[in-house]
Design a protein around this ligand. Structure first.
Ligand SMILES: Nc1ncnc2c1ncn2[C@@H]1O[C@H](COP(=O)(O)OP(=O)(O)OP(=O)(O)O)[C@@H](O)[C@H]1O
Length: 197
Protein backbone atom coordinates (compact mmCIF):
# COMPACT_ATOMS: atom_id res chain seq x y z
CA UNK A 1 0.00 0.00 0.00
CA UNK A 2 2.79 2.40 0.96
CA UNK A 3 4.49 2.30 -2.44
CA UNK A 4 1.23 2.88 -4.33
CA UNK A 5 0.34 5.84 -2.13
CA UNK A 6 3.79 7.40 -2.51
CA UNK A 7 3.68 6.92 -6.29
CA UNK A 8 0.30 8.51 -6.99
CA UNK A 9 0.97 11.31 -4.50
CA UNK A 10 4.18 12.36 -6.25
CA UNK A 11 2.41 12.75 -9.58
CA UNK A 12 -0.51 14.73 -8.22
CA UNK A 13 -1.42 18.36 -8.85
CA UNK A 14 -2.03 20.94 -6.15
CA UNK A 15 -5.40 22.42 -5.14
CA UNK A 16 -6.16 26.16 -4.85
CA UNK A 17 -7.22 26.04 -1.22
CA UNK A 18 -7.05 23.62 1.68
CA UNK A 19 -9.34 24.08 4.68
CA UNK A 20 -8.04 22.22 7.72
CA UNK A 21 -10.81 21.66 10.30
CA UNK A 22 -10.33 20.50 13.84
CA UNK A 23 -12.36 20.31 17.03
CA UNK A 24 -13.36 18.01 19.85
CA UNK A 25 -15.54 14.95 19.42
CA UNK A 26 -19.16 15.83 18.54
CA UNK A 27 -18.36 19.53 18.10
CA UNK A 28 -19.88 19.24 14.62
CA UNK A 29 -16.92 18.92 12.24
CA UNK A 30 -18.77 16.54 9.93
CA UNK A 31 -21.96 18.58 10.14
CA UNK A 32 -20.23 21.82 9.14
CA UNK A 33 -17.93 20.36 6.51
CA UNK A 34 -20.88 18.53 4.87
CA UNK A 35 -22.80 21.80 4.60
CA UNK A 36 -19.74 23.54 3.17
CA UNK A 37 -19.16 20.76 0.66
CA UNK A 38 -22.79 20.93 -0.52
CA UNK A 39 -22.53 24.67 -0.85
CA UNK A 40 -19.27 24.57 -2.85
CA UNK A 41 -20.39 21.62 -4.96
CA UNK A 42 -18.86 18.32 -5.90
CA UNK A 43 -16.99 19.67 -8.89
CA UNK A 44 -15.16 22.32 -6.85
CA UNK A 45 -14.58 20.59 -3.55
CA UNK A 46 -13.89 17.31 -1.84
CA UNK A 47 -14.05 16.24 1.79
CA UNK A 48 -10.89 14.48 2.93
CA UNK A 49 -10.92 12.53 6.17
CA UNK A 50 -7.47 11.74 7.51
CA UNK A 51 -9.18 8.94 9.43
CA UNK A 52 -10.52 7.46 6.15
CA UNK A 53 -7.56 5.18 5.38
CA UNK A 54 -7.44 4.06 9.01
CA UNK A 55 -11.10 3.04 8.88
CA UNK A 56 -10.64 1.33 5.51
CA UNK A 57 -7.84 -0.74 6.96
CA UNK A 58 -10.03 -1.73 9.91
CA UNK A 59 -13.09 -2.55 7.86
CA UNK A 60 -11.02 -4.76 5.55
CA UNK A 61 -9.14 -6.57 8.25
CA UNK A 62 -11.99 -7.09 10.70
CA UNK A 63 -14.91 -7.22 8.28
CA UNK A 64 -16.48 -4.03 9.67
CA UNK A 65 -18.96 -1.76 7.89
CA UNK A 66 -16.83 1.03 6.35
CA UNK A 67 -19.75 3.44 5.79
CA UNK A 68 -20.84 3.13 9.39
CA UNK A 69 -17.24 3.72 10.54
CA UNK A 70 -17.11 6.89 8.44
CA UNK A 71 -20.48 8.44 9.34
CA UNK A 72 -21.68 10.18 12.53
CA UNK A 73 -23.23 7.07 14.09
CA UNK A 74 -22.37 5.37 17.38
CA UNK A 75 -20.91 2.38 15.55
CA UNK A 76 -17.37 3.83 15.21
CA UNK A 77 -17.18 4.54 18.95
CA UNK A 78 -16.78 0.82 19.72
CA UNK A 79 -13.59 0.71 17.66
CA UNK A 80 -12.16 4.19 18.21
CA UNK A 81 -9.62 3.27 20.90
CA UNK A 82 -8.14 0.35 18.97
CA UNK A 83 -8.01 2.40 15.78
CA UNK A 84 -6.17 5.18 17.61
CA UNK A 85 -3.56 2.75 18.98
CA UNK A 86 -2.96 1.13 15.61
CA UNK A 87 -2.69 4.41 13.72
CA UNK A 88 -0.29 5.83 16.32
CA UNK A 89 2.17 3.04 15.62
CA UNK A 90 2.19 3.90 11.90
CA UNK A 91 2.38 7.66 12.50
CA UNK A 92 5.42 7.26 14.70
CA UNK A 93 7.32 5.93 11.70
CA UNK A 94 5.86 8.38 9.15
CA UNK A 95 3.72 11.29 10.30
CA UNK A 96 2.46 12.15 6.80
CA UNK A 97 1.39 8.62 6.01
CA UNK A 98 -2.35 9.02 6.62
CA UNK A 99 -2.48 12.51 5.09
CA UNK A 100 -1.04 11.17 1.83
CA UNK A 101 -3.19 8.06 1.94
CA UNK A 102 -6.33 10.16 2.52
CA UNK A 103 -5.59 12.51 -0.42
CA UNK A 104 -5.27 9.40 -2.53
CA UNK A 105 -8.33 7.62 -1.13
CA UNK A 106 -10.70 10.54 -1.83
CA UNK A 107 -9.24 11.19 -5.33
CA UNK A 108 -8.71 14.77 -4.21
CA UNK A 109 -6.14 15.73 -6.80
CA UNK A 110 -8.55 16.98 -9.46
CA UNK A 111 -10.58 19.16 -7.03
CA UNK A 112 -9.61 22.80 -6.36
CA UNK A 113 -10.82 23.01 -2.75
CA UNK A 114 -9.89 20.40 -0.19
CA UNK A 115 -11.97 20.27 2.99
CA UNK A 116 -9.99 18.23 5.50
CA UNK A 117 -12.60 17.51 8.15
CA UNK A 118 -10.58 15.87 10.91
CA UNK A 119 -7.08 17.20 11.56
CA UNK A 120 -6.21 16.10 15.08
CA UNK A 121 -2.52 16.75 15.56
CA UNK A 122 -0.03 19.52 15.02
CA UNK A 123 1.84 17.12 12.76
CA UNK A 124 -1.26 16.80 10.50
CA UNK A 125 -1.44 20.59 10.16
CA UNK A 126 2.31 20.99 9.68
CA UNK A 127 2.39 18.26 7.07
CA UNK A 128 -0.23 20.05 4.94
CA UNK A 129 1.39 23.46 5.50
CA UNK A 130 4.81 22.17 4.50
CA UNK A 131 3.64 20.27 1.44
CA UNK A 132 1.12 22.92 0.29
CA UNK A 133 2.75 26.15 1.33
CA UNK A 134 0.45 29.18 1.38
CA UNK A 135 -2.66 27.18 0.47
CA UNK A 136 -3.88 26.13 3.92
CA UNK A 137 -6.33 27.78 6.30
CA UNK A 138 -6.82 26.36 9.79
CA UNK A 139 -10.29 26.34 11.34
CA UNK A 140 -11.12 25.37 14.91
CA UNK A 141 -14.70 24.40 15.75
CA UNK A 142 -15.62 25.07 19.36
CA UNK A 143 -18.75 23.75 21.06
CA UNK A 144 -19.79 23.80 24.72
CA UNK A 145 -19.41 20.41 26.44
CA UNK A 146 -23.13 20.37 27.39
CA UNK A 147 -24.10 20.73 23.75
CA UNK A 148 -21.62 18.06 22.69
CA UNK A 149 -23.26 15.79 25.26
CA UNK A 150 -26.67 16.51 23.76
CA UNK A 151 -25.13 15.47 20.43
CA UNK A 152 -24.04 12.12 21.82
CA UNK A 153 -20.64 12.79 23.42
CA UNK A 154 -19.73 10.98 26.64
CA UNK A 155 -16.29 11.42 28.20
CA UNK A 156 -14.17 8.31 27.61
CA UNK A 157 -10.83 7.89 29.35
CA UNK A 158 -8.12 6.91 26.89
CA UNK A 159 -9.91 8.78 24.09
CA UNK A 160 -10.88 12.25 25.31
CA UNK A 161 -7.66 12.68 27.25
CA UNK A 162 -5.47 11.23 24.47
CA UNK A 163 -3.27 13.05 21.98
CA UNK A 164 -5.85 12.62 19.21
CA UNK A 165 -8.27 14.84 21.15
CA UNK A 166 -5.87 17.16 22.96
CA UNK A 167 -2.80 17.78 20.81
CA UNK A 168 -4.32 20.86 19.17
CA UNK A 169 -5.62 22.38 22.44
CA UNK A 170 -2.56 24.62 22.65
CA UNK A 171 -2.27 25.34 18.92
CA UNK A 172 -2.70 29.09 18.67
CA UNK A 173 -2.42 29.86 15.01
CA UNK A 174 -6.01 29.40 13.82
CA UNK A 175 -7.13 31.39 10.80
CA UNK A 176 -10.70 31.12 12.05
CA UNK A 177 -12.38 29.96 15.25
CA UNK A 178 -16.08 29.18 14.93
CA UNK A 179 -18.60 28.43 17.64
CA UNK A 180 -21.09 25.71 16.84
CA UNK A 181 -23.45 25.97 19.79
CA UNK A 182 -26.56 26.11 17.65
CA UNK A 183 -25.36 29.31 15.98
CA UNK A 184 -26.75 30.15 12.57
CA UNK A 185 -25.12 27.68 10.18
CA UNK A 186 -25.49 30.12 7.29
CA UNK A 187 -23.35 32.68 9.15
CA UNK A 188 -20.78 29.98 9.94
CA UNK A 189 -20.54 29.00 6.26
CA UNK A 190 -20.14 32.64 5.21
CA UNK A 191 -17.23 33.12 7.61
CA UNK A 192 -15.49 30.04 6.26
CA UNK A 193 -16.07 31.03 2.63
CA UNK A 194 -14.56 34.46 3.30
CA UNK A 195 -11.26 32.70 4.01
CA UNK A 196 -11.02 31.52 0.43
CA UNK A 197 -12.61 34.43 -1.43
N1 LIG B 1 -25.12 23.20 14.32
C1 LIG B 1 -25.73 22.01 14.48
N2 LIG B 1 -27.07 21.94 14.47
C2 LIG B 1 -27.69 20.75 14.62
N3 LIG B 1 -27.07 19.56 14.79
C3 LIG B 1 -25.74 19.56 14.81
C4 LIG B 1 -24.99 20.78 14.65
N4 LIG B 1 -23.68 20.48 14.70
C5 LIG B 1 -23.61 19.14 14.87
N5 LIG B 1 -24.84 18.58 14.94
C6 LIG B 1 -25.16 17.14 15.14
O1 LIG B 1 -24.36 16.67 16.22
C7 LIG B 1 -23.90 15.35 15.98
C8 LIG B 1 -22.37 15.32 16.05
O2 LIG B 1 -21.86 16.12 14.99
P1 LIG B 1 -20.68 15.61 14.05
O3 LIG B 1 -20.79 14.16 13.76
O4 LIG B 1 -20.61 16.55 12.90
O5 LIG B 1 -19.45 15.84 15.06
P2 LIG B 1 -17.91 15.54 14.82
O6 LIG B 1 -17.17 16.70 15.37
O7 LIG B 1 -17.69 15.21 13.37
O8 LIG B 1 -17.72 14.27 15.76
P3 LIG B 1 -16.62 13.12 15.73
O9 LIG B 1 -15.30 13.78 16.10
O10 LIG B 1 -17.12 12.20 16.78
O11 LIG B 1 -16.62 12.52 14.35
C9 LIG B 1 -24.43 14.93 14.61
O12 LIG B 1 -25.61 14.18 14.77
C10 LIG B 1 -24.75 16.28 13.95
O13 LIG B 1 -25.79 16.18 13.00
Amino acid sequence: MEDQVAHSFKNSSKPKHILLFSGKRKCGKDFITDILHKRLGDDKSVIIKVSGPIKTHWSKNLGLDLNKLLDSSEYKEQYRLEMIKWSESIRKKDNGYFCRAAIDMYNACDKPIWIVSDTRRKTDIHWFQENYEGLCKTIRVITNPEIREQRGWKFAAGIDDAETECDLDDFDNWDLIIENNGNDVETISEKILKLIN
